[in-house]
Design a protein around this ligand. Sequence first.
Ligand code: BGC
Length: 372
Amino acid sequence: MKKLFAVSLMILLVAGMLFAGGNRASGTTAVIGIAMPETHVERWVKDGNQLKSEAEKRGYTGLVQWANADQPTQNQQIEGFLTQGARALIIGSVNDGVGAAVASAKRENAIVIAYDRIIQGTHEYGYYITFNNYKVGTLQGQSIVEGLNLNTATAAAPKYITLFAGSPTDANANFFFQGAMDVLLPYIDRGVLNVVGPFPRHYTEAAFQQIATENWQAPIAKARMEGLLIGAAANVTLDAILAPNDTLAIATLEACKADAKYAGRLPITSGQDAQFSSMMSIKNGEQYSTVFKDTAKLAEAAMLLADQLLKGQPVNIPGAVLAAGDLTQIAYTGTGYVTTYLLDPVLVTRNSNFLAPVNAGFYPANEANQLR
Ligand code: BGC
């Protein structure tokens, strides 16, 4: 009898531990800290809110904070989550300075999931979940090939492009750039596409710093575009702009719109994030393309991952693939590899997949109605 009692007690204790994650059962809810980098790029507002609601859906308390692209602020926010007893952290990092907060989390045995942006300089965290960022770049490159009809262009009448990249502190920026360049370089080498302004062939070159945009700040990109228009691009008409995301696409287009030369013929401009303002711009025939990354799906997948880890269950993330083969590079932190799950991005132009993000429920009704 005593033995039976001891065994039952043990079962109860183990069940209690297993539920320490989710925990409607015990009446207390485990805390998950959600650290988002910034709000000046619209997507992160959605990501944070979505992650919080996904946490709550699974019975956790989701605490969310945005760091205003300021690294020390982000680390303070993460330390705050740990003080409030967070058992897991989902981090969209400002930059790799977050490593110190990751080390604190490790000391507290909290699970760390890098969200969308890899955390480099350490691999002392378990998981990274993101989109296939290299593919995002190839889609941007392909949209420029399509928009400029580069397959029928000739070296006698070449097209002119200028290059913009994202933050040099964000590893994603180099995957976006490299993916795009792998598509564009053959046309550049054939002489049918000419680069105006700084021209790095690879992100490792010094010229990459000249096209990079610190912290993805729109005013920086706009000012650089204005400089190009009266500088390197003064004597040509640009046919295209490689812009790494929607915020920077809109910024470069604003600069072009202020230049009479571009009235009615804005450059074919890429983007990313399917942000509402860019979708309206695409609808109106201004920005040419964006890349839709269904961040609601990313948030759902990240929270499922956290839930499975907290409950000690085997990890199984439907709709995501493990970064393997050619894609292992996406999982490299500089010190080692983290287990990385990738979701698939989708190219959107006015003529293809335009309603994909609308139909996925990506916008509130008032915005969706304007896009339909
Ligand atoms: C994200 C993009 C975003 C950019 C700026 C990148 O890490 O993957 O979706 O546009 O940061 O916030």
